[in-house]
Design a protein around this ligand. Sequence first.
Ligand code: NAD
Ligand code: LMR
Length: 332
Amino acid sequence: MAKEPVRVLVTGAAGQIGYALVPMIARGVMLGPDQPVILHMLDIPPAAEALNGVKMELVDAAFPLLKGVVATTDVVEACTGVSIAVMVGGFPRKEGMERKDVMSKNVAIYKSQASALESYAAANCKVLVVANPANTNALILKEFAPSISEKNITCLTRLDHNRALGQVSERLNVPVSDVKNVIIWGNHSSTQYPDVNHATVKTPAGEKPVRELVANDEWLHGEFITTVQQRGAAIIKARKLSSALSAASSACDHIRDWVLGTPEGTWVSMGVYFDGSYNVPAGLIYSFPVTCCNGVWTIVQGLPIDDLSRKKLDLTAEELTEEKALAYSCLS
Ligand code: NAD
Ligand code: LMR
């Protein structure tokens, strides 16, 4: 029997990630090839005409799984009945703006959209925040939507995770699908810690540690980490625009694994609200290795953390603590 359609919200849908993301969702990349969807697309009034153009293209593409499109600038209409919310909309940093100015605009957006989601989304709606500062926007959304389970509010660090897989794959000249269990710890920013200490590669002789195969600590501790940390800036430099297709694809990976489960023996990185695991101060949205089953994520516990990693886990937590304080100062 055909499944009932799932309503999926994309905010900022007239923007560049939105334009890459909505066709992926309509093709079943996010929720599976047998899951019909109804797309809810939200943007702000100045982008209404462009948003309508995206809607026209979705109709023209005749996606078999797409059972309806709501394109709106009304946040209540956008949030009503959605089971998945991908929050891409936000205020970009413009020339001459201080960090605090951008934070204050985004915190205000995430505070008001939190209330709309809380009141109008389906019970148990799963939320993924993509817009930067992603971890802190997600934290604000959580704080102002207290009736949404904190387990259901996450932010995107899967792009960083996929970037780390990609770098290892290029270095070892192996298919990226044979590399697994890298970890992104912390913030979706240049303080994040891409960690390969537990990562492996599938070889004809079984799974081998990435560290053993790379056999070059200088690269692993240096260029590998900085390349992943700075990849967003490198894309902006090359494209004069920030990453969009990789961000959209990684957002689909994040939701797909969360809803449909991670493969046996594999973890992924997600920004989540947590309980003080790995001695990271609680009260932040921080990226951890997680496995997912039956729509629930669980932090992978008990991985040994060496001294070098400890410092990096703490550094990115400190930045998130500062961002949180800045966000709250913008609200007061
Ligand atoms: P974009 O500027 O092309 O699109 C953003 C869209 O959001 C615009 O259409 C804008 O009108 C809309 N918007 C602004 N305020 C809104 C509001 N209150 N409600 C709904 N929509 C609103 O930007 P983009 O390239 O699509 O990037 C979107 C965000 O994602 C940025 O914050 C970017 O930094 C971030 N990003 C995050 C990651 C990640 O891995 N977490 C990766 C890439 C980009
Ligand atoms: C990315 O990681 O590609 C983006 O977060 C970069 C940005 O600043 O938009």
